[in-house]
Design a protein around this ligand. Structure first.
Ligand SMILES: [Zn+2]
Length: 288
């Protein structure tokens, strides 16, 4: 599936930003870094997913509606890795490609990005490996409904930097993955005598929203799911998955336009984060 010329212009802009941002890193071969691409999963890939039980005939989204986004990303010590892959609903594939291009342009740290089948569909194993992933044909954690990951419209970003924290009524908490518990529950960034941390989701919550991933689990009271981004509330996820690719993209673009127009208005003088929250409230009110 080819990108539109507008998307290519955006990608070119991102590449230019990367070049400007990386002037000091002469060893980085920026010109060789390709922008993200996407294509529908092949029949063989779908067969493999079914054989592993990562998707079944009972899932809310059939395998032929899933796309693979391939991209480069900045990993350990700024090393550019070219093996990034995220499997998502066909509707949002161009949005995810644009997100990964912008993350690369910012040199935003990503530890690893392999599809969930690399972990046999085991979300805990993917989290423990600090792996960024999207599609997983699984039920909601601790519930019976389908996870938004089963629709291919949710992304879990750097789980060790961005833990899932379930808080029980007795005040105890479960923090996943365990490696994040003593590392990333404290979300402060600039701290005395501590190295600034990278790869934290709050730094890119607005970036994700600008490409249609309006829900961020870091905004929830419980569970607090810092790693989790998705396109909208459950009703919108189902609406989006019920549309054709073209209609779904047109629908999602309406809400992206609403959000970006709201942010451009500078609706108030509050700190940036409150402005994001206010604009996302407007989007949620408009969504089905
Ligand atoms: Zn998630």
């Amino acid at each position: 599936m080819k990108k539109t010329s507008v998307q290519c212009l955006v990608a070119l802009g991102a590449a230019l930003q990367l070049w400007l941002a990386c002037g000091a890193h002469a060893s980085m071969d920026v010109a060789a870094v390709e922008t993200a691409s996407y294509r529908l999963l092949s029949l063989a890939e779908c067969r493999a997913l079914k054989a592993q039980g990562v998707i079944t005939d009972h899932n809310p989204v059939p395998c032929h509606r899933l796309s693979k986004v391939s991209f480069s990303y900045a990993s350990d010590n700024g090393e550019i890795k070219r093996d990034g892959e995220l499997v998502v609903l066909d509707v949002v594939a161009p949005n995810v490609a644009a997100i990964t291009d912008e993350l690369l342009a910012r040199q935003f740290f990503i530890a690893s990005a392999r599809p969930i089948e690399a972990y046999g569909g085991d979300d805990n194993a993917s989290m423990a490996a600090n792996n960024t992933s999207a599609f997983n044909g699984r039920r909601i954690t601790g519930g019976s409904g389908w996870s938004s990951h089963a629709y291919g419209v949710a992304i879990d970003l750097n789980p060790v930097q961005n833990p899932f924290i379930d808080i029980r009524t007795d005040g105890t908490a479960q923090i996943l993955p365990p490696a994040s518990a003593r590392y990333a529950v404290n979300r402060s960034d600039s701290r005395p005598n501590k190295t600034p941390r990278s790869g934290m989701a709050e730094h890119v919550a607005d970036l994700f929203a600008r490409h249609g991933f309006f829900v961020w689990g870091g905004d929830w009271n419980y569970p607090i799911d810092y790693q989790h981004f998705q396109v909208g509330p459950r009703s919108f996820v189902q609406t989006l998955a019920a549309h054709s690719v073209e209609d779904g993209r047109a629908l999602l673009n309406r809400y992206i336009a609403l959000y970006t127009a709201c942010m451009a208005e500078g609706v108030n003088e509050d700190p940036f984060k409150r402005q994001r929250a206010g604009c996302i409230e407007q989007v949620f009110e408009a969504m089905p």
